[in-house]
Design a protein around this ligand. Sequence first.
Ligand code: HEC
Length: 148
Amino acid sequence: MKMIGLSVMLMLLAGCGQQRTGTTIDPQDAAKVARGQAVYAASCAACHGARLEGQPDWRRRKPDGRMPAPPHDDSGHTWHHPDEILFGITREGLVPGKYGPPGYVSDMPAFGGALGDADIAAVLSYIQSRWSPEVRRAREEMLRNRGR
Ligand code: HEC
């Protein structure tokens, strides 16, 4: 029962703000996750780590004032964000005043030119497929409490 409720929630969450089903984030979709794993290795691993572990000392600002790439696994804060925000950050980068504070400067590239929406959905499906059941449950509850 609980599992069914969770997957329905995830489907509802993933559906927000995305019209085409090909661009839905779905960590249960094995084909999407496999495609996303390849996209991750090619486009994300260099900064976010081959095992999603992030850059060393990722909580500490670098000498240039910018933040290192955080982990995408349970230990990071990627899972704190709803799907549409993760999608937007990947497509547009950490746009100041939208996904970051006004004037914010970030090393996170915008992938909208390099990756289609289906690839972005696939890579985020892969990342989410690596989260533990505990983190997925905590995320579902957090997003529900925010009224999403
Ligand atoms: C050139 C290095 C680099 C590459 C390549 C890169 N990122 Fe990032 N990413 C960053 C950095 C640095 C941050 C932290 C930005 C900040 O806080 O200023 C970040 C942050 C993010 C965040 C926000 C995480 C959070 O919890 O706020 C997401 C989502 C993200 N990246 C997804 C991706 C995805 C998906 C890919 C591959 C398609 C990718 N990134 C490739 C450097 C990179």
